[in-house]
Design a protein around this ligand. Structure first.
Ligand code: MLT
Length: 395
């Protein structure tokens, strides 16, 4: 008998979006050795970790060198000191969570794939598009049916539940990657009511919540009435606190969340205690520092620097009279490609003519065709130069 591979891999696109862009960039550099590129593509941070985190990391390293303070295996679901710090962060927004409703993870992208272990493969996953491509790919790998819910500028990229797109798992990312659009309370309430009425579960990606500046917009699905019986929230310190290379995130699974007589929080404890030995003590100590007053002040200073990049790009697009959204409550700007260009054609144009790298909208789903995403996580100098080059090219 032959080993049978997971044939669903054959249903995936040839390569993952950001890997594909990295390959195209590499090819350009090998043809143009030494060329300077302005990278506004993948949302990777460029500012170093803040002082509060660095101090905590150093102290934790010293702990590991001390007989008295040394830590071996960490609790699989996360250290109490970090779970409690995160619960305290939610409490500031009047969301009451117990520490054991919070699971420390090695980041949102890892967790978005891993969490699918909780659900039967016969479940259908509804994905609001344009969307972070890993939602689709992780479900294809698992052989799950995908229900695409396209959105566009007519609904501000914030669609309502659609009775003709029923599914068991509902992916919502707000603030959204890639469009930067943010659901308000009333809009999220409709999704929560819909999920509770249909027995679906919302997988709420809150990776960009710290970028919300408009008062009153929800940072967490658990600010919405009824969410504790229908939602799981996945969050990350990657963008909030510059942890893309350090790796740390957390997942909230309320104790009240159950389906088919099975409790999802208990199931995730069972999963984590089997499949992981937790996140390292050192990194969790660094993560806990993010939730101190000093850490909060410092990470928001960094976020403000990225917002300055967003302003530079938005001013340029305004001056060019190009349609865009995002940038205000999210670190991404989503623009319409000029002259009806396709999004990969626009990618090639920017790379070849002005050496600016962005992300083609089509990579986030078919309805992203004709759009393009800029990340605001670049250095101020590179972003300024990229904005200048963009203006000269399109004016
Ligand atoms: C993005 O650029 O969409 C993100 O940085 C990708 C990620 O978070 O993995």
């Amino acid at each position: 008998m032959m080993m049978i591979p997971n044939r669903h891999y054959a249903e995936l696109k040839d390569s993952y979006l950001f890997y594909h862009i990295a390959q195209k960039t590499k090819a350009y550099l090998s043809e143009h050795p030494g060329a300077k590129l302005y990278r506004l593509g993948i949302g990777d941070v460029t500012l170093p970790l803040c002082n509060a985190v660095i101090k905590a990391l150093h102290q934790a390293v010293d702990d590991q060198a001390s007989q008295e303070r040394f830590h071996g295996y960490m609790p699989e679901c996360g250290a109490d000191f970090l779970r409690e710090a995160i619960a305290g962060y939610y409490a500031q927004r009047n969301v009451q969570l117990s520490a054991d409703e919070i699971f420390v993870s090695s980041g949102a992208s890892d967790e978005l794939g891993d969490i699918l272990d909780l659900f039967d493969r016969s479940n259908a996953a509804m994905i609001i598009e344009p969307a972070y491509p890993a939602y689709v790919d992780a479900n294809i790998m698992a052989g799950r049916k995908i229900v695409h819910l396209p959105s566009d500028c007519s609904n501000g990229f914030l669609p309502e539940p659609d009775p003709s797109s029923e599914a068991d798992l509902l992916y919502i990312c707000s603030p959204n990657n890639p469009t930067g659009a943010v659901f308000d309370r009333a809009q999220l309430q409709k999704w929560v009511d819909y999920a509770n009425a249909h027995g679906s579960i919302i997988l709420f990606d809150a990776a960009y919540e710290a970028f919300i500046e408009q008062p009153g917009l929800p940072h967490s699905i658990f600010e919405i009435e009824g969410a504790k019986t229908c939602a799981i929230e996945i969050c990350s310190l990657s963008k909030t606190a510059g942890f893309t290379g350090t790796r740390l995130g957390y997942t909230v699974i309320p104790k009240k969340l159950a389906r088919g007589g099975m409790n999802m929080n208990d199931m995730w404890v069972r999963n984590r205690t089997t499949k992981t030995n937790g996140v390292s003590y050192i990194i969790q100590k660094g993560g806990a520092a993010v939730f101190t007053p000093e850490g909060q002040r410092e990470i928001h200073q960094n976020i403000q620097l990225y917002k300055q990049n967003a302003k530079m790009l938005m001013q340029t697009l305004d001056a060019l009279n190009v349609w865009y959204c995002g940038g205000k409550n999210a670190p991404y700007i989503w623009m319409k490609c000029p002259d009806g260009l396709g999004s990969w054609d626009f990618f090639d144009l920017l790379l070849n003519r002005i050496q600016v790298i962005g992300t083609p909208g089509e990579g986030f789903g078919a309805c992203g065709e004709g759009y393009f995403r800029f990340s605001t996580f670049g250095s101020p100098e590179d972003t300024k130069e990229a904005a200048k080059r963009l203006y000269e090219l399109l004016k």
